[in-house]
Write a protein that binds this ligand. Structure first.
Ligand code: ADP
Length: 397
C-alpha cells in the first residue's frame, strides 16, 4: 500500500509517499514559492539518503504536482508508474461542524469544504486546490481529506461555545473549533497505548511549534483545546498573540489607525515571541539570547511558559485530574528549557519532572517524569503525515 500525502498551501505543496502499515516513507519533499519568482523543489529518498534541491519554474500547483509525479517515477524515483500510488490523502485545515472524521472525496465533500472557506480563507481554498489538482493528474485514484478540526469535534458545547449572542453561533458559526487535530490525535493514541487504559484516561497534550495549541483528551476524546474559531486563540506562539482582551484589538486599531488587514497581520504575524522579543520568532534564537542575558528574551520565555502552565492546570481541573502530560511539536520535542519552565510550580498536582531525562536528546516517545510523579510526563514525536496516510488507508481499503 502506497499513500501520497499532500499538504497544499497557497504557495507551497508538501508531499510524502508513505506505506501506512509499515510506516515506511519512500519519498518526502516540498514545492515552495509556487507562482512566485524563484520556485524551489525539494525531494528526498530516506532509504538511500538521495537528496535533490533545484530551482524550477512552477507557475501553478499543477506544474508543481507534475514535477512531484515525474520525480517519483523518474531516474531517482521510488515507483515505476504512478498507478503504484493506491490513494491520496490531503490535509484540510477547516472542516467546520460538518466534518467530524476523515472522508472520501466526492462532489458533495468538495462543496462542504468550500462552504467552510469563509472560516479559513487563507487555508481551505489552497488545500482544496491540492485535491482538485490530484483528481486531474492522478485519475481514477481515491482522494481522502483529513481535517485539522475533526479530532476536536467531540468537545462539549460548554467548551466550544463563546459567550457571545447566540445568533452569532447559529447564523455565523462562530465557536471554538480547534486545530492541530491530526497531531493531537496521533499523540493521544500513543499516550493511551503507554497508559494502557484508553477508556479511562486524562491526558493534556502540548503541541508547541511555530503554531501552538494544548488539548485536554479524556477517555480518548478531545474535550477542550486552546485554539478557537481560528488558530489565533490560546497560547503565545511564534508570531501569534494568543489570548488577549478582545477590546485591546479595537483600541490598538483605532489608536494606530489600522485597516482590518493590518490589525489582523499585527496579531497573526507580528506578535507572540516576535512581538515581545522583537529579534526573531524562533525559539532557538530566543533561548540563545536568554542565555546571553537578553532581558526581553527572558520575558518572552516567562510569558510563554506561564501560559502553557496555566492551560495545563486548567485542563487538569476541567477533566478532574490528569494522568499524563505530553509535549510535542518542534519546541515540545526539542526544548528542555520550555518543558521544564512550563511544568515549574505544578508540583502541587503531583507533577515531578526528571531533570536528567528531560535534558537527554532521545527521539521517539520518551518518559520524562520521575518514578514518584503522580502524573506521567512524556515527549512524543508527532507524525501528522502518518495519521493522514492511516486515515486514507482505513477509508479506501
Ligand atoms: P511548525 O508549527 O511550523 O510546524 P515546528 O513544529 O517545526 O513548527 O516547530 C518550530 C519551532 O521549534 C521553532 O520555534 C524552533 O525554534 C523550535 N525548535 C526546533 N528545535 C529546537 C531546539 N532544539 N530547541 C528549541 N527550540 C527548537
Amino acid at each position: 500500500m502506497k499513500v501520497l500525502v499532500i499538504n497544499c498551501g497557497s504557495s507551497s505543496l508538501k508531499y510524502q509517499l508513505i506505506n501506512p502499515t509499515t510506516e515506511e516513507v519512500f519519498a518526502i519533499g516540498l514545492c515552495d514559492r509556487i507562482g512566485i519568482h524563484g520556485s524551489k523543489f525539494e525531494y528526498e529518498v530516506p532509504a538511500t539518503d538521495f537528496e535533490l534541491e533545484l530551482e524550477h519554474d512552477m507557475p501553478t500547483h499543477k506544474e508543481a504536482l507534475e514535477l512531484v509525479l515525474n520525480t517519483l517515477t523518474g531516474e531517482h524515483g521510488v515507483i515505476a508508474d504512478i498507478n503504484e500510488v493506491d490513494a491520496i490523502g490531503h490535509r484540510i485545515v477547516h472542516g467546520g461542524e460538518e466534518f467530524t472524521t476523515s472522508v472520501l472525496v466526492d462532489e458533495k465533500v468538495i462543496a462542504g469544504i468550500k462552504a467552510n472557506n469563509e472560516l479559513a480563507p487563507l487555508h481551505n481554498p489552497a488545500n482544496l486546490l491540492g485535491v482538485t489538482t490530484c483528481m486531474e493528474l492522478i485519475s481514477g485514484k481515491p482522494n481522502v481529506v483529513v481535517f485539522d478540526t475533526a479530532f476536536h469535534q467531540t468537545m462539549p458545547a460548554k467548551a466550544f461555545m463563546y459567550p457571545l449572542p447566540y445568533a452569532d453561533y447559529k447564523e455565523l458559526k462562530v465557536r471554538k473549533y480547534g486545530f492541530h487535530g491530526t497531531s493531537h490525535k496521533f499523540v493521544a493514541g500513543l499516550a493511551n497505548d503507554l497508559l494502557g487504559n484508553p477508556e479511562k484516561s486524562k491526558i493534556v497534550i502540548c503541541h508547541l511549534g511555530n503554531g501552538a495549541s494544548i488539548s485536554a483528551v479524556k477517555d480518548g476524546k478531545s474535550v477542550d483545546t486552546s485554539m478557537g474559531l481560528t488558530p489565533l486563540q490560546g497560547l503565545m506562539m511564534g508570531t501569534r498573540c494568543g489570548d488577549i482582551d478582545p477590546a485591546a484589538v479595537l483600541f490598538i486599531k483605532a489608536k494606530r489607525n489600522l485597516t482590518d488587514k493590518e490589525i489582523d497581520a499585527r496579531m497573526n504575524k507580528q506578535s507572540g515571541i516576535l512581538g515581545v522579543f522583537e529579534k526573531s520568532s524562533d525559539c532557538r534564537d530566543l533561548e540563545i539570547a536568554r542565555a546571553a542575558g537578553d532581558e526581553r528574551a527572558e520575558l518572552a520565555i516567562d510569558m510563554m511558559t506561564y501560559r502553557i502552565r496555566a492551560y495545563i492546570a486548567s485542563y487538569a481541573a476541567a477533566m478532574g485530574g490528569v494522568d499524563m502530560i505530553c509535549f510535542t511539536g518542534g519546541i515540545g520535542e526539542n526544548s528542555n528549557l520550555i518543558r521544564s519552565k512550563s511544568l515549574e510550580g505544578l508540583e502541587f498536582m503531583g507533577v515531578e519532572l526528571d531533570q536528567a531525562a528531560n535534558i537527554e536528546r532521545k527521539k521517539g516517545s520518551v518518559k520524562l517524569s520521575t518514578e514518584t510523579s503522580k502524573v506521567a510526563i512524556y515527549k512524543i514525536q508527532t507524525n501528522e503525515e502518518l495519521v493522514i496516510a492511516r486515515d486514507t488507508l482505513a477509508i479506501v481499503k
